[in-house]
Design a protein around this ligand. Structure first.
Ligand SMILES: Nc1nc2c(c(=O)[nH]1)N[C@@H](CN(C=O)c1ccc(C(=O)N[C@@H](CCC(=O)O)C(=O)O)cc1)CN2
Length: 291
């Protein structure tokens, strides 16, 4: 993950998930005060059903001697005492994001453009596709393109190549931007929590490869899109973001596809930005999103 400097006091984001108890906010705030921290933004949520507490704190450090390594070392015993799962990153760190795509290029195009104008805190070291149709799009942004074809026979080798790219390119996040191959259980385990998919329906409705045809056949009045973490269970992963748009009886299935494109792009880019800003915390098969 690439960290940048700007001359202003360095800013960090701390996220916490732990069993709920009184005094967690006090514990965190005290730690920050004792380490020259000044809170800029703080959000928390108490899941009383699961008895689990979630917190995200964006803060600056006023003493230049307090480095991120010193903060992490100092916070570790505090976290252990409260059984916290935690992350501490520079607020302007950029996630190294590998994009997977098949033939539909609208989500890839949207992510490449938003990244190029600085609207997404990510770097894109490469684009991978099981087809060659979208190579020109990656090339137009000077981003390396890898063609990894997938058939039933080549799938294990294709997935091994994909994982090798994830490791060699030091990838933090994999985005399935209309990648139409089902990832194996092993690959999902290897990518656990680091892969986001855009599904072109308002889940849990219309799972599978052809949701717009299913929507047309059902005669829906809304179509939508869902960004979720990828799990071995197809289209069942924890949902990060969803949205819909109104349609009506006059639209063909092909026109529903067209109506859904913009929704898919907006939902996926929001989910990627929130993940990259460490605003999304897992809560079992659900998420807490500090927008
Ligand atoms: N393990 C997972 N892999 C993938 C998921 C997921 O949730 N878990 N999401 C899909 C994306 N997707 C829907 O959003 C989807 C993609 C593909 C299919 C499908 O049935 N594919 C067929 C081949 C279709 C083709 O070649 O065009 C197949 O793999 O046999 C269903 C849903 C991405 N992967």
């Amino acid at each position: 993950m690439t960290e940048t400097t700007s001359g202003r006091p360095p800013e960090y984001v701390l996220t916490i998930v732990c069993p709920d108890r009184p005094g967690i906010v006090f514990t965190v705030a005290s730690f920050l005060v004792h380490n020259s921290g000044n809170i800029l933004e703080s959000q928390q949520f108490d899941d009383r059903l699961e008895d689990r507490f979630f917190m995200r704190v964006h803060f600056q450090v006023l003493d230049p001697a307090v480095t991120v390594e010193r903060l992490r070392a100092a916070f570790a015993p505090v976290a252990q005492a409260s059984a916290m799962e935690w992350q501490l990153w520079a607020a302007d760190a950029r996630y190294r994001t590998l994009i997977l795509v098949s033939k539909e290029g609208h989500c890839l195009n949207d992510l490449l453009y938003r990244q190029s104008i600085g609207a997404l805190p990510i770097e894109i070291p490469a684009v991978v596709s099981n087809h060659t149709a979208l190579e020109h799009l990656a090339t137009s942004y000077d981003i390396p393109f890898h063609h990894v074809p997938v058939t039933a026979d080549t799938k294990p080798a294709a997935e091994a190549e994909l994982l090798s790219l994830v490791e060699s390119l030091r990838v933090d996040l994999v985005v399935l931007a209309r990648y139409m191959q089902v990832l194996s259980d092993d690959l999902c385990r290897a990518l656990g929590g680091r892969a986001i998919n855009i599904h072109h329906s308002f889940l849990p409705s219309f799972k599978g490869a052809k949701p717009y045809q299913q929507a047309f056949d059902r005669g829906v009045k809304l179509v939508g899109a869902t960004a979720h973490y990828v799990t071995a269970d197809l289209d069942e992963g924890p949902i990060i973001e969803q949205d819909v748009t109104r349609v009506d009886h006059s639209l063909t299935a092909r026109q529903l596809v067209a109506a859904g494109r913009d929704v898919e792009c907006q939902v996926l880019s929001r989910a990627v930005r929130w993940h990259a800003e460490t605003r999304v915390l897992r809560n079992g098969n659900r998420t807490v999103v500090f927008r």
